[in-house]
Write a protein that binds this ligand. Structure first.
Ligand SMILES: NC(=O)c1ccc[n+]([C@@H]2O[C@H](COP(=O)([O-])OP(=O)(O)OC[C@H]3O[C@@H](n4cnc5c(N)ncnc54)[C@H](OP(=O)(O)O)[C@@H]3O)[C@@H](O)[C@H]2O)c1
Length: 257
């Protein structure tokens, strides 16, 4: 894919893994469309990246729980001028509460931000990419998709299957789709849930740099699923063959619900 005049749209670009996607794509010469709720944070990042890497950076402040805001992103993906050729569906949050303690609406919000909106954006992106015969989509899921870890795991599983399906359906038409399934990654994620960072051995903590580097290599290679780092590749494999209750016990200290 030629990167001249190529735009990458990243959701959840104001922190963590999303901000790192923005940095790595800007460093590679791609123009960006950054979105999240915190406009000032996005503007600061946009200023840094455009001056450091000499790329164009657009900012679209949007709350993915507000349908009018989501429509702005759908419209941007459909735009023929300055086309978005890479979509990174990254925004997300954990509930940090057991199933029955979190209000039902928060579970529905999680389904909205982590599954329904990414699906809507992937749909808009694929419609725009098909006539051009090229495009890439990274859906940030989680290694939790392979575990029985509540609503969070369920919606992440949804994104893995949706990504695998789109990968098979559109690869021959020039569009590569990858589900990124990181394990614990240093970001604002646990702080945003009001939780301490889980106490697990250091080998299970990933940097956003490593996660994003592996994700970009995977989508460039057309892989349907990317699980960064050897320990998590092994853990994801084992989780598919041992009893589900044993998997649930193993992840009990890292649950996001
Ligand atoms: N960190 C981990 O251990 C880990 C592991 C596996 C998968 N993941 C996944 O990785 C993705 C990125 O998470 P992260 O670790 O980078 O967490 P983070 O640092 O907390 O970043 C989350 C991003 O999502 C955005 N966001 C949250 N709710 C939103 C909403 N309603 N509308 C628009 N944007 C919203 C936030 O922006 P604003 O607050 O500015 O809106 C922020 O930019 C998520 O999908 C998460 O589930 C994380």
């Amino acid at each position: 894919m030629s990167i001249e005049n190529t735009y990458v749209l990243v959701t959840g670009a104001s922190a963590g893994i999303g901000a790192e996607f923005a940095r790595q794509y800007a460093a590679a010469g791609y123009n960006l469309v950054l979105t999240a709720r915190r406009e000032k944070t996005l503007e600061n990042l946009a200023g840094q990246l455009s001056s450091t890497y000499r790329v164009e950076v657009e900012v679209i402040p949007a709350d993915l729980l507000v349908s009018g805001d989501v429509q702005k992103l759908v419209d941007r993906l459909a735009q023929a001028e300055h086309p978005v050729e890479i979509l990174v569906n990254n925004a997300g949050f954990g509930l940090g509460q057991p199933f029955e303690e979190a209000p039902a609406q928060r579970h529905l919000d999680q389904v909205q931000v982590l599954a329904a909106v990414p699906l809507q954006l992937m749909h808009a992106a694929i419609r725009a990419m098909l006539p051009r015969g090229r495009g890439r989509i990274i859906n940030v899921a989680s290694v939790a998709a392979f575990t029985p870890g509540g609503t969070y795991s369920a919606v992440k599983r949804f994104m893995v299957v949706a990504s695998e399906s789109a990968n098979i359906q559109y690869r021959d038409r020039g569009i590569d789709v990858t589900a990124l399934c990181p394990g614990l990654t240093r970001s604002d994620f646990h702080h945003a849930m009001g939780q301490e960072q889980p106490k697990v051995p250091g080998v299970f903590w990933l940097s956003p740099q490593q996660v994003v580097t592996e994700a970009i290599a995977a989508v460039n290679a057309g892989k349907p699923v990317c699980v960064p780092s050897l320990p998590y590749k092994v853990a994801a494999g084992i989780s598919q063959i041992i009893p589900r209750r044993a998997v649930a016990a193993l992840i009990s200290r890292t649950r996001n619900y």
